[in-house]
Ligand binder design. Structure first.
Ligand code: TYD
Length: 198
């Protein structure tokens, strides 16, 4: 099973990805818990460039996320799924469509097409979208913001709207959860959805 978590920065999706991976492991399953951009040495190096490097053009940014994803799928995600194990990934293609395709304005279809090409069409079995008002999410933010987080609130609002429209367009794959609920309640709701897939 391939499960992804999506949401605006500081929505709490990483916590939920970790809790689901722990629960699946307790059920006796073998789980790769991973994140994007990242998950392979090349993808981690790209992460550094894209999040902590110089300003860059929007297509360079989209292409770098796609390059990291291509490596991650080929070397980690697909081999794990082929062994029959589970993958729980913090962010995936929907992030590129929302951030680069919609919020940066590159075009949702073009960014989706690029990403389906580089992953040879690999989409998750289920995606949990952790919804949280961007203003609420920003107040949770701590530490030094990365290059994307520095875009500010207007950008995060566009990303939030983009994720909501992706969920409305893909109701069979994307499940929305209320990110303002207590974390154990969100985790329970996620587990119940996943239990039905096992
Ligand atoms: P994330 O790992 O969630 O950040 P952090 O570890 O700081 O919580 O994601 C890194 C940033 O990259 C985040 O602002 C979203 C952005 N991003 C994109 O713009 N496009 C993508 O395809 C991905 C995977 C992430």
């Amino acid at each position: 099973m391939f499960v992804t978590f999506e949401g605006v920065d500081w929505s709490g999706k990483s916590t939920q990805a970790g809790l689901l991976a722990d629960w699946l492991t307790e059920q006796g399953r073998t789980v790769l818990r991973t994140r994007e951009p990242g998950g392979t040495p090349v993808a981690e190096a790209v992460r550094d460039v894209v999040l902590h490097g110089h300003d860059m053009s929007a297509w360079a940014e989209a292409a770098l996320y796609a390059a990291a994803r291509a490596d991650h799928v080929a070397l980690a995600i697909r081999p794990t799924l082929e062994l029959g194990d589970d993958v729980v990934c913090d962010r995936y293609i929907d992030s590129s469509v929302a951030y680069q395709g919609i919020a940066r304005g590159l075009g949702k279809e073009r960014v989706l097409e690029l990403n389906l090409t580089v992953t040879e069409g690999l989409l998750p079995d289920r995606t949990f979208l952790v919804l949280l008002d961007p203003e609420h999410a920003r107040r949770r933010g701590a530490g030094r913001p990365d290059r994307i987080e520095r875009e500010g609130e207007g950008f995060m609002r566009l990303v939030d709207e983009a994720f909501r429209s992706l969920a409305a367009e893909n109701p069979e794959r994307i499940v929305t959860v209320d990110g303002s609920a207590p974390r154990h309640e969100i985790a329970k709701e996620v587990r119940e959805h996943v239990r039905a897939l096992l």
